[in-house]
Write a protein that binds this ligand. Structure first.
Ligand SMILES: C[S@@+](CC[C@H](N)C(=O)[O-])C[C@H]1O[C@@H](n2cnc3c(N)ncnc32)[C@H](O)[C@@H]1O
Length: 272
């Protein structure tokens, strides 16, 4: 898969979904930025900046001399990021069209390299982490948030018999795992990230797990993901279009308040 074949959408609608996603990523995002201990003048390279929702959070922590180099392989995403950040942060945001799996000059002089929900889109993401280790200056802080749709499955499966209404949560997790496997990207990279980079000689490796409360915004996001990749799901034989309609209906009908997490984010930070 080439970088321009990003598995989820790149449209404005996809940008809006990423903005909604930013809401339930909020606490984990701020926790990552705390752990990265950003300084006002830092040069931050953000891998896979998308429509700029996480970028805005980074910029909020930097002073007038701080810069975010936002790297993405999608021109449409970079345009949306530029538009949304133009008013306040135009000068401090440097949009860069590139494939993050091939480290290049955009990493020069980075104080911090970060990314949210991007490594799992990179095939064999571990190669990238190794390449970063040899490319970045010693002392560079790195930090990532990566989703995991598998860790919560064990707990979800415990409820399978007694709470049959939870079936659409399991169905969603299975479908998205199947999709990522079909695209040969790295859905499990978050879970193995900390030991992987420790083995490669990064220091001060820290890991935290942020499971999401399955609330209205998480359920809505799941419904939107179904729409965004509907054609891909159908063409790969993962789930049919009528079944997607049915699953979306079941998700909308779930009683919010007592639902177990269906996904979460791994937070990993380290120093080169
Ligand atoms: C799930 S989105 C996350 C966007 C943003 N980080 C956020 O949290 O809102 C993943 C982003 O990574 C970008 N991406 C995926 N693979 C890439 C690659 N190999 N090189 C550069 N960008 C990539 C996509 O275009 C997309 O904008």
């Amino acid at each position: 898969m080439s970088a321009s074949d990003y598995v989820l959408g790149q449209s404005e609608r996809a940008g809006r979904r990423l903005a909604l996603q930013d809401l339930h990523f909020a606490a984990a995002s701020e926790s990552l930025l705390d752990a990265l201990a950003l300084k006002p003048g830092d040069r931050v390279v953000e891998l896979g900046c998308g429509a700029g929702a996480f970028t805005r959070r980074i910029l909020n922590r930097l002073g007038p001399n701080g810069v975010v180099v936002g790297v993405d392989s999608s021109t449409s995403m970079l345009e949306q990021a530029k538009d949304s950040l133009a008013q306040h942060d135009g000068q401090r945001f440097k949009p860069t069209l590139a494939d993050v799996s091939k480290p290049a000059a955009w990493l020069d002089n980075a104080d911090v390299v970060t990314g949210r929900a991007v490594l799992h889109h990179v095939p064999m993401a571990e190669f990238l982490l190794g390449r970063l280790r040899v490319t970045l200056r010693p002392g560079t802080r790195i930090g990532f948030l990566e989703p995991d749709f598998r860790r919560p499955l064990t707990n979800l499966a415990l409820h399978e018999v007694t709470r049959p209404e939870l079936a659409p949560l399991l169905r969603f997790a299975r479908a998205i795992n199947d999709l990522y496997s079909a695209w040969r990207i790295s859905p499990a990279v978050g879970a193995s990230l900390a030991p992987t980079i420790e083995d490669a000689g990064y220091t001060n490796v820290r890991h935290a797990w942020h499971p999401f409360v399955t609330d209205e915004s998480v359920l809505e996001n799941m419904g939107l993901i179904y729409d965004e990749v509907r054609d891909t799901y159908v063409s790969l034989g993962i789930i049919t279009s009528p079944e997607i309609d049915e699953q979306q209906k079941l998700l909308r009908a779930l009683p919010v308040g007592d639902l177990p997490p269906v996904w979460g984010l791994h937070q990993v930070t380290a120093i080169v």
